[in-house]
Design a protein around this ligand. Structure first.
Ligand code: HEC
Length: 316
């Protein structure tokens, strides 16, 4: 079983690689040989109880992003959803029109259409992004074909592969990215690279912006990759609260513990956390698996941001 999984994952990765390294016309002629046969046409159910076939209804002729989630996940996978939500906001009404987003549950026993709808509400997810559930075998098969490792038998759901796959079914280009990817780069892949045309000026500019990393400290890196999809510092709420001034408004010990294990504090009924939760559509802040050292680095970064904002010149 394990070997078969590994081999399939290898074959799928090799195909992804081939698709990416061939020039577009060659890629197209190659892909047409395996495209329809390669992707299984298994039936999945969406959040509105509609039955959709994977190849015919979900990916055929489309530019898509696909990731795998389960709604009770309290650690890394909420980050995926938050990152993709940023991508969806950047792409605006193109999502659902020429770009389609899909999140597929790896926990069909618990993730019913009603559960998926609730999850979408707590993440405030707009139209054009479909959540799907299906049998475990079908989902395993899809993951293997997309170059994503299915959950090993007996492994915990939290060990699932959180990669995000973006692709253009027509051209056969498929690219796998990590949950920590910059949403701007994902948005650019979906709009320019996978669309098979040269980026226009606006897209080129956002590449430049995405590449602009001014603060290379560990805290800044952690903030960019683990926090920024849900928070801003001084630009208003996202999925979570604006963090401007938080190093002054909360005691340091509370803040450090919250960043390290918010799930435990919520489970213990911490009054501050419990009062905060309903103000954010009952979306609990995920446990991002940060070490004490990581938390120190993030705290240093947040303090520096607050200090910079407090300076009269507003120099940052
Ligand atoms: C998936 C979204 C998400 C991610 C990722 C995330 N947070 Fe949060 N965060 C929230 C939500 C939602 C709340 C408020 C609701 C609650 O009580 O959980 C919150 C609350 C907070 C608070 C409390 C703010 C206050 O006013 O007291 C802090 C501080 C915080 N987050 C810091 C961080 C840091 C630092 C990171 C990155 C290491 C991070 N968060 C990553 C969603 C997120």
């Amino acid at each position: 079983m394990t070997n078969a999984h590994t081999i399939w994952a290898k074959i799928a990765s090799a195909l992804l690689f081939v698709a990416l390294t061939l020039s577009p016309p060659a890629a197209m002629s190659q892909q047409t040989h395996w495209r329809a046969d390669y992707f299984p046409n298994v039936t999945l159910t969406d959040q509105n109880d509609r039955q959709l076939r994977f190849y015919d209804d979900i990916i055929r002729g489309k530019i898509v992003s696909i990731n795998f989630i389960y709604t009770s996940c309290t650690d890394i996978c909420p980050l995926d959803t938050a990152q993709l939500r940023r991508v969806q906001q950047m792409l605006g009404d193109r999502v659902g029109r020429d770009i389609h987003m899909y999140s597929i549950s790896v926990d069909p026993a618990n993730d019913t259409p009603a559960t998926l709808r609730r999850f979408m509400r707590s993440y405030d997810i707009g139209p054009g992004w479909t959540f799907l559930t299906g049998s475990r075998e079908d989902v395993d098969l899809l993951q293997r074909r997309l170059g994503i490792s299915p959950i090993e038998p007996g492994a915990r759901l939290s060990e699932h592969d959180t990669s995000i796959v973006v692709g253009n079914e027509t051209t056969g280009q498929w690219i796998r990215r990590s949950a920590y990817e910059n949403p701007t780069l994902l948005a650019n892949l979906l709009t320019s690279r996978l669309q098979n045309h040269a980026p226009n000026a606006g897209e080129r500019q956002s590449y430049a912006v995405a590449g602009q990393v001014t603060d290379t400290s560990p805290g800044a890196y952690l903030y960019r990759t683990r926090c920024r999809s849900c928070h801003t510092i001084g630009e208003g709420d996202r999925l979570g609260p604006d963090l401007a001034g938080v190093t002054a408004s909360r005691p340091a010990a509370w803040l450090e513990r919250w960043i390290r294990e918010p799930d435990v504090m919520l489970a213990e009924g911490d009054p501050t956390a419990t009062a905060m939760l309903p103000r954010y559509r009952n979306l609990p802040m995920p446990n991002l698996g940060l070490s004490h050292q990581d938390v120190d680095a993030v705290m240093t970064y947040l303090r520096a941001q607050d200090a910079a904002r407090a300076r009269p010149t507003g120099h940052q």
